[in-house]
Design a protein around this ligand. Sequence first.
Ligand SMILES: C[S@@+](CC[C@H](N)C(=O)[O-])C[C@H]1O[C@@H](n2cnc3c(N)ncnc32)[C@H](O)[C@@H]1O
Length: 410
Amino acid sequence: MEQLSLFHHVMRAYAANPESRLANSSLYETVAREAGLSRAQLEERDPVGRSGQPHNLIKRKIRWFQQTLRSLGVIERVPDARGVWTLTDAGKKKLRNIQPSAAVVGFSTELGVAIWSDCNRVFDRWDEPICLALTSPPYPLARPRAYGGPSIEDYSDFICRVVEPIVKNLVAGGNVVLNVGDVFEPGLPAKSTYIEELILALRKRLGLYLMNRIVWESNKPPGPIQWASKQRMQLNEGYEHVLWFCNDPGRCLADNRRVLEPHTQRHRQLIERGGEPRHAVYGDGAYRLRPGSYQNPTDGTILRTVWKLSNNCASQRRYKQMARALGLEPHGASMPLALAQRIVRFMTEIDQLVVDPMGGSMTTGLAAELEGRRWTCTERVLDYVLGGAQRFLDRPGFDLNLPLCGASYE
Ligand SMILES: C[S@@+](CC[C@H](N)C(=O)[O-])C[C@H]1O[C@@H](n2cnc3c(N)ncnc32)[C@H](O)[C@@H]1O
């Protein structure tokens, strides 16, 4: 955790002075101040290696992190000035966003890995069978969130580009699940049909079949208030879409027995009484009840397609607190863990591989981890990768790699 914040302080030191050059001496002092290190600690020397030569480990670590930023194209050496570095043009623009050409392992556990990277950088060269891709892409909002997002016109293209390399590696019967939300036509109280267009694009361009449109009824604030609360023409929003696709529906890996709900008391009593006593036909003959229907005990109730799951999740709250405590920007649109866990359990078996190309605070990774599935998440905003790491501190094999490597993931 200390290393994590030290790396972050090195980045902040450069971000705080975008136009100026930073000599290493000032960098050491800034980082030490931000990290709450005393001057004595900053100057401390410890024996290193077989020779036992005394070295200053903190300054060495700071230089190490500086090299990571260099290898990511965020900073560059100022010519003819020893130990002076400045932000590259790309670094000035987007210090927080990884360069498209770089990919760095953020952290890993025995089961999975989170990579600080643009998703295409990783999945374009992927060659391991994937069983499930679960992701919540940025919505095409009129006022995008802090991490940005594609415009509504580019949306289908954007998603197809992200999903295509994953689909190439999807096992037969593998699933792709997208959590997306409705948006309104600009200036109108009418819904955009971008979701319908997306479904068609995934079918036509990538051959994915729509398995179901699951409705996730959540308790998040209803906004935008313009059409419902002010103009009173619309209704308050109450759900998001969980779109479920499969490349080979006949061999779909999903199994609803892994996500059965407990029977209601009424249903248990019905079973105990030996099932239905009535003979009934209703719905103009569409449904028939015979005496004895529902008499066989089953393990639970099959889930319906409307999932009522709170948006307010203890795991997210803890994550946000920990991220803030480290001075990291917490993610503003993370999924509830229960939603991701349900999907992971429903659609995969233990040890199968789950990926999330736009991992945010790593909820999909955590769900897979807790369900004993292998996982890989990519995320291009460093704060989210580092904050997400805090959710895995107690997981077997947890290793924070980011500060230790400047190498690309090849
Ligand atoms: C809605 S959020 C995902 C939230 C996530 N499900 C969670 O629970 O925290 C979308 C994320 O996609 C990331 N993102 C957008 N484009 C990306 C890309 N090309 N490669 C990697 N990450 C990307 C954004 O930075 C953002 O964190």
